[in-house]
Design a protein around this ligand. Structure first.
Ligand SMILES: Nc1ncnc2c1ncn2[C@@H]1O[C@H](COP(=O)(O)OP(=O)(O)OP(=O)(O)O)[C@@H](O)[C@H]1O
Ligand SMILES: [Mg+2]
Length: 347
């Protein structure tokens, strides 16, 4: 303990005693007894003085601050699992603690700033998205009130249009709720053994009428049975979103194929369409909330731009993520991988 107050006091007292004794030795009259006595006295007095000064005024206070800062850091942010070796010098230790504490605080501030920017952007997006259907419905209702209500044909047409806008609003709010519930962890995934082939069949059935109107064939290919460890309800939501996108962006009279490939540890599900595809510059952004490649066309089809954000979040809840491969004009493949058992998921 080179930096303990005792050692420092000892060293200083020795120096002081030596200097005093040497100074005294310059006088001829000084005897050995006097010199020894002065050494002992000056040593003891300065040792005691320096020791108490250091111990009570400096070291104890510094150590107290050091312990406090360490405690604060540990309590505030537990990210530093790594134990630092405490340097011998308490001043250096306290310096390091304060530095790392400040660093962590800065990181926290940066994170908060990012979140704040994200929140602002999100609110702007939401307001814009909500405004569109509300504005449309409002327009139809006001036109009716201004007299169009008397014309029966116009009345029905406008009421239908207003109803469609309100349905869109309902879908948007529903999607927003789902997204925020998944994000805040209110929706817990209920994992169990799921047979994906059957699940896919059920999802495709929902889109049969819509697809056949445009001559689009829906097919499943691959392994049967294919069992995965997942939340069946959420995975069917993922599949619905992907198949709905595939159908919406397919050319008439083409086909949408869901491919199920059972590997040793994972099952890979791919939704393949031969539609318009996605330009490469948009690929990285389509999973963002409200992001649409062609805003006006997608909105005209009733899209809220939240489908893929929901897909991404659900898959994150399954510790996996969606992959996309797309060629403009040729089509797209959206795929994701699910573990076959609980053990695989936990790895
Ligand atoms: N299979 C696909 N082919 C071409 N473009 C696609 C495909 N899937 C998604 N996209 C593009 O990605 C965008 C985002 O998709 P997302 O599912 O998030 O929103 P949406 O389909 O517009 O609305 P929602 O799914 O909420 O009804 C779409 O608007 C579209 O531009
Ligand atoms: Mg969609």
């Amino acid at each position: 303990m080179l930096y303990s107050s005792r050692v420092l006091a000892l060293l200083l007292a020795l120096c002081i005693a030596l200097i005093t004794t040497l100074g005294l030795a310059l006088f001829r009259a000084a005897t050995t007894a006097m010199l020894s006595a002065s050494f002992v006295i000056s040593f003891s007095v300065s040792y005691l003085l320096v020791f108490f000064l250091l111990e009570f005024l400096v070291f104890r206070e510094i150590n107290r601050i050091h312990t406090l800062v360490t405690k604060l850091r540990k309590k505030e942010l537990s990210d530093l699992g790594k134990q630092r070796s405490t340097p011998l010098n308490p001043l250096r230790a306290i310096n390091e603690e304060i530095y790392s504490f400040a660093e962590l605080k800065q990181k926290e501030i940066d994170e908060l700033k990012k979140l704040e920017a994200f929140r602002r952007e999100f609110i702007a997006d939401i307001s814009h998205e909500l405004k569109t259907p509300i504005f449309a419905a409002q327009g139809f209702v006001h036109t009716l009130l201004d007299g169009a209500i008397d014309d029966k044909a116009v009345r029905n047409k406008f009421l239908k249009k207003a109803a469609r806008s309100l349905d869109g609003l309902d879908a948007l709010v529903e999607d927003l709720l789902t997204l925020s519930q998944i994000e805040t962890g209110q929706v817990k995934m209920r994992f169990e053994s799921v047979e994906l082939y059957k699940l896919t069949e059920e999802v495709l059935e929902q889109f049969e009428t819509k697809a056949s109107k445009r001559g689009i064939k829906l097919r499943i290919k691959g392994d049967r049975p294919a069992t995965a460890y997942a939340d069946p309800l959420r995975i069917s939501q993922v599949l619905s979103n992907l198949v709905s996108n595939a159908v919406n962006h397919s050319h008439d009279d083409s086909e949408v194929v869901v491919h199920i490939d059972q590997g040793k540890r994972y099952v890979t599900v791919s939704v393949i369409d031969k539609g318009e595809g996605i330009p490469p510059e948009h690929i990285n952004r389509i999973f963002e909330r409200f992001y649409r490649v062609d805003k006006s066309r997608s909105r005209a089809k009733g899209g809220t731009g939240l489908g893929l954000a929901i897909v991404k979040h659900i898959l994150e809840g399954h510790h996996t993520r969606p992959e996309v491969e797309s060629t403009p004009g040729k089509g797209s493949v959206f795929s994701f991988k699910l573990p076959r058992s609980k053990e695989v998921m936990e790895h």
